[in-house]
Each structure stands twice: as C-alpha cells, then as structure tokens.
Design a protein around this ligand. Structure first.
Ligand code: HEM
Length: 476
C-alpha cells in the first residue's frame, strides 16, 4: 500500500510539472501571435489532473462518446497531463494523418520508448521513418507473406496441440502465443528453437513492464522489463552478428532482418545493430497484442452468433474437403477466397476497434475548420467513434458482417490507421486471423466459461479475463 501511495504521489507530481511546463510553454507561444481561431469546445477539467479521472473511472469509449454527443466532432480536453484535441470525423482524421501529417508528429511517453527502443520507426517522422518504413513494408508485402501460409498454419496447429477435450483455455493468452510465433516468422524466417525460447522469455517480461508504472526501483515490473530489454538487445546482436559474419543471410532476402541488413542509405550507410534491434522489438510489439486481441474478439462474436458460426464452418469445411481430396495444404489463393470469413474479420475489426484512437502532437499552431490546435497539444483521431457512428455504419452496435458487402465510405473504416504511419502489417494480421479461423472452426468447438461480460484494457480492449473458453476437438 505504501508503494502504491508513493506511485500516486509521483504520478500527481509528474502531472503537476507537466501541466506547469505545458501552461508555460503554450503561453510562451503567445496567444496574441495566433490567428483569431478559437479553441475547440470542451472542458479542461480540474487543475493539473484535467479529466484523467473521468477518463479512467469509466469505459474510455463511453467518455469519448459522451463528449462527442455534447460538443460535436472536435472537442478539447486535458488528460494524462496533456491538453488535447479529439477528432471524431473522417475528414479530421484524414487531415491529421494524411494530408497535413507533417504538422503532427507521433508522440509516446519516454518510458515506453525506452522499453521498445528509441530508433523504432513509429517514434519517427521524415527521412529516417520513410527509409525504415519501406523496409518493413517490403518484408510484409503480399509477395513476401504469401510464402508464409504453410508456416502460419503449422504455428496455428502447434499453438493448439496441447489443448485437451474439455480443457478451459485463456483465449487471449493462447492467441498471444500464436501472434508471437507469427511475428518471429515474419521477422527472422526460421529461428532455432533455443533462440526463440530465449526471445520469448525476455520479451514477455518487457511486455509485462510496458503497462506498469515507470521507475528504476529494483524488483518492480518496469525495472525488470528494462533488464530483460537489455538481454533482448544482446540476443538480437548475436543473431545479427551471426547473419553478418557467417554470411547466412537468407537467400530469398525477404525476411525483415535480411531487409534491415541489406539496406544502405544514399550515403552508403548501413543500419546500426541498435537501430535493427529497436525495430525488431517494435514490430514484435506492434504485431502481438493487436492481432491476439482481434482473434479473441472473433471467438466471442462467433460464439454469440451460432448461425453465423455454422455458415463460417461450412465455408471452411468446404476448403478442407477440397484439400483432403487433392491431398494439398491450405493455399495462399484459398486464403484470398474466404468471402464470409473475411467479412467476419472486417466486422470484428470495426466493432472491437481495438486501437480506439491514436496520438499525435501538433508541431505548430494549426487551424482546422476555424478551430485552433495549439503547438504542443496532443491530437487524437478517434477511430472507434468513427467506426461506431450510425451515419457511416447503420445500427453500429449490431455485429453484421454483411455490411461489408458494400465498401465503407472513404476514411470511415480505419482499423489499421491511415496515412504515413498506417499499419504495414495489416495483410499479415488478416492472413494470420484467417488461417487461425480455418484451423479452429474445422477442428474445435468452444464455449465461453462464466456469464460475466465486459471489457478489460491491457492496453488494448479484450473480453473480460481474456475470454476463458472450454474447448473440444471436433471429430472429422
Ligand atoms: C489486427 C492487428 C493489427 C492492428 C489492428 C494494427 C493497427 C495498427 C494501427 C492503427 C497503426 C497506426 C498507428 C498510428 O497511426 O499511430 C499501426 C501501425 C503499425 N503496425 Fe499494426 N496493427 C496490427 C497488426 C500488425 C502486425 C501483424 C504488424 C507487423 C508484423 C504490425 C506492425 C505495425 C507497425 C510497424 C506500425 C508502425 C508503422 C509506422 O509508424 O510507420 N501491425 N498498426
């Protein structure tokens, strides 16, 4: 309890100083030099803590939705020590993330940057970001990932080999194992089991520390995470060294490590080991919990819609039947031709909106629709509000994959973001989800354990307690 009070004290102290600095900073920018544009409507809450408590004392989505109802599509607030402008319209999201993206830089707490690594692409803007992004995109392109179908299927099978009839599994934990293995495949191709194990052990400590209170006190989750992050750097430099020195660069040159190792900028400079390591951890981080959360939601949505589940099963069983007849494995072409299952994936991405919003920071005073967004303020495009707006999605709370028979209006469906930082892993994520569903509905049935509903955040939303389900193997 003492430690808890200490953390609360430090937290409030941090808020106080950040508020002080921001107030000073924004007033130094001189409102008198600014255009006549006014700040958006909204409330800045209490001194220092703003509306942070309101945000965290309820479902954050309820907080954003009630604000939007009250103030409209653009409103100001003050959360986590930062004055912020929230944007809930497709046009505003496009303005910040696409057309005027250069005026809004990515922004993350320093404590998170330290854990992932400051050279990871999503902390950057400009030339370095463009260079890294091209490399990541090419290793996750359709051409590159189509070679991964058999390996991803093997990973899905292996993730479920230990499940026995009637056993209760924690869906989110199981899906995390799968998305970690798929992340490793796309980054390294095949990796020795011993090295994968070492990476997994240390990465899971970093993962635990990511959402804990940042401090340097020995024994705390954050400190342990920093130490594990150091070990990860060492493991990764050994892998890099081995690939460089023993010239075991993959002949196909399409896994991410090879793309990094083969890259030279216009001056002929190669990437440093630290830059490569930070970006490997960054991609693993971006890939694991996101994909696992979506897969967890899909199991829930299908469980709650038995007729839809039967229809998805029929689609997948037909593919399985054909493959058994022709003695072949699941193919890339088949994964591109699962119309109903694919719409289930899209609708799950919409309704779960696991990345409810993203953060940017205005690098200059910016005017949007007559409102001022002051330099230094956080700007948050609210993807979830857009995905749940009845103007764009009729009866938005209803799980209805058939709505995707027609393409959504531009900038109304952004589960993978949009613009300069849009998700380069979106095709891999969808491929992994489709393969996992093919395997699961063909081989298992599942029942949710317990009657409690609700959402928990860690930081992405997942069903209550990670969705414990009882699983049974289906006889063929
Ligand atoms: C269903 C799963 C996923 C979802 C919903 C998702 C969503 C997103 C979103 C919304 C962004 C943009 C964030 C922003 O603009 O601030 C993003 C960025 C990113 N994602 Fe994903 N992602 C998923 C899976 C993956 C996978 C599997 C990978 C890699 C294997 C990946 C790698 C990345 C990277 C590297 C970025 C940063 C891009 C940049 O800054 O240029 N993601 N993701």
């Amino acid at each position: 309890m003492d430690a808890f009070l200490f953390y609360v004290f430090i937290f409030l102290l941090t808020l106080f100083f950040s508020h002080f600095l921001i107030t000073k900073f924004t007033s130094n920018n001189g409102s008198k030099n600014r255009s006549s544009a006014k700040l958006p409507p909204g409330s800045m809450g209490w001194p220092y803590i703003g509306e942070t408590l309101q945000l965290y004392s309820q479902d954050p989505n309820t907080f954003f939705a009630s604000k939007q109802k009250r103030y409209g599509d653009i409103f100001k607030t003050h959360i986590l020590g930062c004055p912020s402008v929230m944007l809930a319209s497709p046009e505003a999201a496009k303005f910040v993330l696409v057309t005027e993206a250069h005026l809004f830089k990515p922004t993350y707490p320093k404590s998170k940057e330290r854990l992932i690594g400051p050279s990871a692409l999503f902390f950057h803007q400009g030339d370095y970001h463009v260079r890294l992004r091209k490399l990541v995109q090419s290793s996750l392109s359709l051409d590159a990932i189509k070679n991964l179908v058999a390996d991803i299927e093997a990973a899905a099978v292996s993730a479920s080999t230990s499940w026995v009839n009637g056993q209760v599994i924690n869906t989110f934990h199981e899906m995390k194992k799968l998305s970690f293995d798929v992340g490793i495949l796309s980054i390294f191709g095949h990796l020795e089991a011993r090295v994968t194990k070492e990476l997994k052990e240390n990465y899971s400590i970093v993962d635990k520390g990511y959402n804990s209170f940042p401090n340097n006190i020995p024994g705390t989750s954050y400190k342990k995470a920093l130490l594990a992050r150091k070990k990860l750097s060492k493991i990764l430099s050994d892998i890099i060294w081995e690939r460089k020195e023993k010239k075991v660069v993959n002949i196909k040159n399409d896994d991410l490590v090879d793309c990094f190792l083969n890259s030279k900028d216009e001056k002929g400079e190669v990437l440093s080991n630290d830059q490569i390591a930070d970006n490997i951890i960054g991609v693993l981080f971006a890939a694991q919990d996101t994909t696992a959360s979506v897969m967890t939601w899909i199991l829930k949505f299908l469980h709650d819609e038995p007729k839809l589940l039967e229809a998805v099963k029929a689609e997948q069983k037909e593919i399985r039947r054909l493959n058994e007849e022709n003695k072949q494995r699941l193919t890339w072409t088949q994964t591109r031709n699962m119309p109903l299952t694919y719409k289930v994936v899209l609708e799950s991405l919409r309704i779960a909106s696991i990345i409810s919003f993203t953060f940017r920071e205005a690098v200059a005073d910016v005017e949007y629709k007559g409102y001022l967004i002051p330099k230094g303020w956080k700007v948050m495009p609210l993807f979830r509000n857009i995905h749940h707006n009845p103007e764009f999605f009729d009866q938005p709370q209803k799980f209805d994959p058939s709505r995707f028979e027609v393409s959504p209006k531009p900038n109304t469906f952004m589960p993978f973001g949009t613009g300069t930082h849009a998700c380069p892993g979106n095709e891999l994520a969808k491929l992994e989800i489709l393969i996992m569903l093919h395997h699961l509905v063909n081989n298992f049935r599942w029942e949710i354990v317990g009657s409690e509903s609700g959402v928990q955040y860690g930081p992405f939303p997942v069903p209550h307690k990670g969705l414990p389900v009882r699983v049974w193997r289906e006889s063929l």
